[in-house]
Ligand binder design. Structure first.
Ligand code: ZN
Length: 163
């Protein structure tokens, strides 16, 4: 997991360069990213017709960054998926990757099939970009949790503490 360690080191330095240290909500994180990366971030739930297995997409278009996320019952899992996509934005990933997926390309004619395929490879950590986005997501979720427990509005559940 050397790749992940290096990605986490970079994620920490990026987070401090855009003053993400004391933010209590994902909305504040998004606002800070918009300011420092000079982009406009749009968050939308994934369309319901999206094939299963996709947890999120990040689609860059000019200065706009469209983030589609899986609208799950668990706010934690949903925020994680969003934070992962924000990681792609912060690391400046353009979406360049290997080959496209023709099945998804036909379902999503407006999207770059390479980008869709990249998302599908998320959990494998098969490329550095996924490790970077995942490290950023871990960092953000950890900071949101500690900030929220300091603010006292969302104490950790017992399951998380003792599980
Ligand atoms: Zn990803």
């Amino acid at each position: 997991m050397g790749e992940y360690k290096e990605a986490m080191r970079q994620a920490r330095s990026l987070a401090s360069s855009i003053s993400l240290s004391r933010l209590g909500s994902l909305e504040e994180v998004v606002a800070a990213i918009e300011r420092s990366c000079n982009v406009k971030v749009r968050l939308r739930p994934l369309p319901s017709w999206m094939p299963p297995g996709i947890t999120g997409l990040m689609i860059p278009k000019g200065k706009k960054r469209l983030v589609l996320f899986e609208d799950r019952d668990s706010a934690h899992l949903r925020d994680r998926a969003i934070a992962h996509e924000l990681g792609h934005i912060v690391f400046g990933h353009s979406g360049a990757c290997a080959d496209g997926s023709s099945v998804l390309a036909s379902l999503l004619p407006d999207l770059d099939p390479c980008m869709v395929q990249r998302v599908l490879m998320r959990h494998a950590f098969e490329n550095a970009q996924e490790a970077e986005a995942e490290a950023f997501s871990d960092l953000i979720m950890e900071r949101l949790a500690s900030e929220n427990s300091r603010r006292g509005d969302e104490p950790l559940g017992f399951g998380e503490v003792f599980g």
